[in-house]
Design a protein around this ligand. Structure first.
Ligand code: 3PY
Length: 250
């Protein structure tokens, strides 16, 4: 019923030339793939070239952040309108690195979710607990708060166009992955929260797993009932490894 969405998150990696080289290779590797949405999140500088590089293919481009105003005196920031105008389709929001290093709060992330929707793009809202939360038995509570606050005042109709990425913070960039069973348990808890907010629309909403998803573990994670794709860090930097994850999602 739900289509798997496999999205790369390049983070602060790749010059424009490197971005175009990777995307050109990726397009060829995944050209016959149907039934999976394929997305690459690129840094601002590479977005325009990235969009052109994937034109006419089944790969789409995401930004990794945005400022929630359409224009104005916000030195150094980039608006949803600007991203939309160059052909960006998705925006990754609330990644744990932004929450941690740039002090992003749930309320600020909620503003961004609304601004991205208003511009006609799809937000990918990242949520996830830290190791100390999991060890203290607060996993469900932390994720529920991030989902409820991040999606505050969102309607069920709008929720149809929102992707959640569950990324346990202790599994990001550490090589550690949640076991498929642990991930499924948390995805189900998140879907229960979405159901209490949006009713039946929750069954249509994509919940990706993120946090060291790689070719070796993708198939068993993606086989879980409530895991509908992945947000992939390190393994998205190389076309060959990312394509293997895409193929595992078919
Ligand atoms: C990771 O896999 O490291 C990520 O942070 C994906 O967003």
């Amino acid at each position: 019923m739900r289509t798997n969405v496999i999205a790369g998150n390049w983070k602060m990696n790749k010059t424009n030339a490197e971005a175009v080289e990777m995307l050109t290779e990726l397009k060829g590797l995944v050209k016959d793939v149907e039934g999976v949405k394929i997305v690459i999140g690129a840094p601002f500088t590479a977005l325009s070239d990235a969009v052109k590089a994937v034109e006419g293919s089944n790969v789409e481009i995401a930004a990794e952040n945005v400022y929630p105003k359409s224009s104005g005196a916000y030195t150094g920031e980039v608006s949803p309108t600007m991203l939309k105008a160059i052909g960006v389709k998705y925006v990754i929001l609330g990644h744990s690195e932004r929450r941690e290093y740039f002090c992003e709060t749930d309320a600020f992330i909620n503003e961004k979710v609304k601004a991205v929707l208003a511009a006609g793009m799809t937000p990918i809202l990242c949520v996830g607990e830290k190791l100390e939360d999991r060890e203290a038995g607060r996993t469900a509570q932390v994720n529920e708060t991030q989902v409820r606050e991040g999606l505050k005042d969102i309607t069920a109709e709008e929720a149809k166009n929102i992707i959640i990425a569950y990324e346990p913070v202790w599994a990001i960039g550490t090589g550690k992955t949640a076991t498929p069973e642990m991930a499924q348990e948390t995805h189900k808890e998140i879907r229960d929260v979405l159901r209490s907010m949006f009713g039946a629309v929750a069954e249509e909403m994509v919940i990706q797993y993120g946090g060291s998803m790689k070719p070796e573990n993708a198939a068993e994670l993606l086989a879980q009932a409530d895991i509908d794709g992945g947000l992939i860090g390190g393994a998205s930097l190389e076309a060959a490894s990312f394509a293997k994850i895409v193929l595992a999602a078919k």
